[in-house]
Design a protein around this ligand. Structure first.
Ligand code: CA
Length: 422
């Protein structure tokens, strides 16, 4: 969803073509597309993409084919469509869908193990982790789009040795490197999809940062899981990568024979054959000082989605197996996508071993957790020699101080790319 920056235009859908956005509202007005692709382009002219998602992936696929063919050099529609291209440098984005509900999962067994060691050193994984895609219900209204700024949250916490908790600004604001998907063509209440249908109910992948505050998380999480530690801000990237585009990067989804195999409702030959995807991921951290001296962000993590323990098809299947009815435009988050090695950890709590070992940045600064003014940039891409390289764009967010001045902006003029454009 985009509009020209600084205008009062309506937000509408767009497709990334090189460094431009193809304006789907302008394309619809040309009246060149009909049938399924015509319906798909009309749906994308609305202020959010829920209707597009409800049409299902077949409509998205038809639109993709129609646009690719119409933009092809020499196509009769090429000149008209070229006039619908807007430079990405001139646009601003909005959250892609009108979001009703939001669930976030916990799909990195490496993160779950590293994190669990703090509480259960001898048996870090919950007994049900390898049987159930674990998730929690997040808050949808505080989901924002890349470029946003949010305020350091305050919360109640108990200091070590103190008798009573106090209300104070969080000292442990953290990032979470995740991928998200939107649900498309949801299921009716009481009528779960099957695992064979589940992947086709997933509308593309995007970068997601589930900002978290670790001090209140430890204080509040038992027995019902995270609440205020997670609901103050979530940033998502504006660009969604559909599954067709990711097809060249599919990998087998394997389970160690030492692990429990998924129950039949979570298992499918097609999922075992190619349920995983090689998506490269990295996290950049840019401090106020780096901004003032023109330095690039420090890369603090590099990992891949291939390390996920559950696929999104399994997560969605589990979500609705009891009859629950996710709706078009509801996001599912993967949870932190840490790999097995320490420098593949997708959150500061893991990178600093719970705030014990400071993370050294590329200048002489270091971090345990985020400080005021820090900007975090998630990046994702797929690349190999025999396929087209695909980028996921940026997912950027900035932490303000606890007392943001009245009238302070909700978005800073942070460059779209704050490091090498991978
Ligand atoms: Ca999370």
């Amino acid at each position: 969803m985009f509009q020209r920056r600084g205008t009062s235009e309506s937000f509408r859908g767009g497709v990334a073509i090189s460094d431009c956005v193809l304006d789907l509202d302008a394309v619809a007005k040309l009246g060149l597309l009909s049938g399924v692709s015509g319906a798909a382009v009309q749906a994308a002219t609305q202020g959010k993409l829920n209707t597009s998602m409800a049409l299902g992936n077949a409509a998205g696929s038809a639109l993709r084919v129609a646009l690719s063919s119409a933009l092809h050099v020499g196509a009769s529609e090429q000149t008209e469509l070229q006039a619908c291209l807007v430079p990405q440098s001139e646009v601003e984005y909005d959250v892609t869908a009108r979001i009703g509900d939001y669930n976030d999962f916990y799909t990195s067994v490496h993160h779950a193990t590293h994190n669990g060691k703090k509480f259960r050193p001898d048996n870090p994984l919950s007994p049900y982790y390898k049987w159930v895609p674990i998730g929690y219900h997040g808050y949808s209204s505080s989901i924002g789009v890349s470029g946003e700024c949010f305020q350091r949250p305050q919360h109640q916490t108990l200091a070590p040795g103190a008798a009573e908790p106090v209300l104070m600004p969080s000292k442990r604001v953290d990032l979470e490197l995740e991928l998200g998907v939107f649900v498309c063509s949801g299921n009716a209440l009481g009528q779960p999809v099957s695992i064979a249908e589940a992947e086709d109910r997933v509308f593309g992948f995007y970068l997601l940062n589930d900002w978290s505050e670790r001090d209140v998380q430890a204080w509040e999480y038992q027995p019902l899981g995270p609440f205020l530690s997670k609901n103050f801000a979530t940033t998502i990237a504006p660009w969604i990568l559909n599954l067709e585009a990711l097809a060249p990067y599919r990998l087998p989804f394997t389970r160690s024979t030492d692990d429990p195999q998924p129950l039949p409702y979570l298992d499918l030959d097609a999922n075992r054959a190619q349920g995983s995807i090689e998506i490269q991921l990295k996290v950049g951290l840019l401090t106020i000082r780096m901004k003032s001296t023109g330095e690039l962000a420090t890369t603090i993590c590099r990992t891949s989605y291939r390390h996920a323990y559950w696929t999104f098809a399994q997560m969605l299947m589990h979500h609705c197996v009891n009859g629950c009815n996710p709706q078009p435009g509801d996001p599912l988050g993967s949870g932190i996508l840490s790999g097995p090695m320490l420098d593949q950890a997708g959150a500061l709590i893991e990178l600093t071993q719970s705030g014990k070992n400071p993370l050294q940045l590329s200048n002489d600064e270091s971090r345990m957790y985020l400080e005021d003014g820090d900007t975090v940039q998630l990046k994702g891409w797929c690349e190999k020699s025999d396929a087209v390289r695909i980028g996921f764009g940026d997912c950027i967010g900035t932490l303000f101080g606890a007392l943001r001045a009245e009238g302070a902006p909700h978005a800073l003029d942070v460059p779209a790319t704050i490091g090498p454009n991978e």
